[in-house]
Ligand binder design. Structure first.
Ligand SMILES: [Zn+2]
Length: 414
């Protein structure tokens, strides 16, 4: 591109996510950045879907450009139905008025950059890290929510939790809510709206529980504009390396925090982005055999059924022993809805309301007393019998075997 062209791409800002790019007149072709695929638990996960780019217009006239997104080979068929933008990194991105068309490389769309201005563009409802931190700092300053720094990330960013108790009252069940494992997904919108509802005491029976909220589990990923990994290329949602202090301090310190505050219920929000209408929002549930004790099995089923009454949602099962979702149940007997998948096509308000509704359903469908003898020894009083332990181990082994066979039959060679 000519150096005198008024539109320039911004080469460095928090969250920037694009690989190479080239100009041809008023058209810029941007290649989606790539990070390592996760190969774990007989599955391969590819998160190379999203971009965050920025442009400046130094000219005195507004200027339109065409952006071609060169998608990852696996995702050439996916065309988002919305592009999001913001003129500042202090806002969550909002829908941009432009139409998106298929292109041989992926898809294309036009944007107009007003004179003497900056615009940031993404295919997700991007929520910048600095903005999320400011949001929670404001909540801490204006409510009874307290911040808790539980460690530091690979790049020395503080790992921040927010708690709604001063001293943990173990007579009350603890609900842990996380988001921001996969930075590009915009799911921190969910933890923001829940924290806000809890701060304003607007939720039924919430005073009978303690809450711990972690909006950004993976701050380095937000800073570096990564789709799913930490700064060392570890996608620790799928591969929760809780004993790897060096490589994955985010998982290590979160695990340490959970040993201090073992939760009764765990909800982890994620969000579909450009995958389209085939992906339906809803909870991931795990087989009840993995819970210990009749009461906890009952509570887990009850909560799962209650969440399934949310119109339009669909629950899924996930077999992923390397995730926090599995490890937390094995270690503490925590009931998990991890993930709870939202969809950015709901819009920001839709995602905010749905997240609060999910928590409300949980609070409405169970009584704290039902979670009284749930947490496993040595963190709680419940002892796992040898029979329960071996049945759970057998279940996991059998499932590993089945998924390995399935993979062989389907001829996948990842
Ligand atoms: Zn995710």
């Amino acid at each position: 591109m000519n150096d005198d062209h008024p539109i320039k791409i911004i080469d460095s800002f928090e969250g920037r996510s694009v690989d190479s790019y080239y100009w041809d007149g008023d058209t810029i072709t941007c290649k989606i950045a790539e990070e390592p695929l996760v190969k774990i638990d007989n599955e391969t996960h590819n998160y190379n879907l999203h971009f965050v780019i920025g442009f400046t217009n130094n000219g005195i006239d507004k200027h339109s450009i065409e952006i071609i997104i060169d998608s990852h080979p696996e995702f050439k068929h996916l065309v988002p139905n919305q592009i999001y933008s913001s003129t500042s990194l202090n806002n969550t991105f909002s829908p941009e008025d432009t139409s998106i068309d298929r292109h041989e490389l992926g898809y294309k769309f036009k944007i107009t950059v007003p004179s003497k201005s900056t615009i940031y563009i993404s295919n997700t409802m991007w929520n910048p890290l600095t903005r999320i931190n400011t949001y929670f700092n404001n909540l801490v300053n204006n409510s009874n929510i307290e911040s808790l720094n539980y460690g530091t990330s690979v790049r020395n960013n503080p790992l921040m939790a927010y708690k709604l108790f001063q001293i943990r009252d173990t007579n009350k069940p603890l609900i842990l809510i996380t988001s921001g494992f996969h930075p590009a997904e915009g799911d921190s919108i969910a933890t923001e709206s829940i924290a806000e509802s809890l701060a304003s005491n607007s939720l039924f029976c919430a005073d009978q529980y303690d809450f711990l909220i972690i909006p950004v589990v993976n701050p380095d990923g937000f800073q570096a504009g990564l789709n799913g990994c930490n700064a060392n290329g570890i996608n620790f949602f799928w591969d929760f390396q809780n004993h790897n202090l060096e490589g994955c301090p985010e998982a290590y310190y979160l695990w340490k925090l959970l040993k201090q505050f073992p939760p009764n219920i765990y909800i982890d929000f994620h969000s579909y982005s450009i995958q389209g209408v085939n992906k339906i929002f809803g909870p991931y549930v795990k087989p009840t055999i993995l819970y210990t004790g009749l009461q906890t099995k009952k509570s887990a089923s009850k909560l799962a059924s209650s969440l399934q009454t949310i119109p339009g949602s669909k629950s899924q099962s996930m077999f992923a022993p390397s995730t926090l979702s599995y490890k937390i149940t094995k270690e503490f007997n925590t009931i998990t809805f991890a993930k709870y998948h939202l969809h950015q096509d709901m819009g920001q308000h839709g995602m905010r309301n749905m997240a609060v509704l999910v928590l409300q359903k949980i609070l409405e469908s169970i009584k704290p007393v039902e979670l009284q003898n749930q947490i496993l020894y040595p963190y709680g009083l419940l002892k796992k019998t040898i029979i329960a332990k071996s049945m759970q181990a057998c279940f996991v082994k059998r499932y590993y075997g089945l998924t390995a066979i399935k993979k062989l039959i389907s001829g996948k060679t990842e």
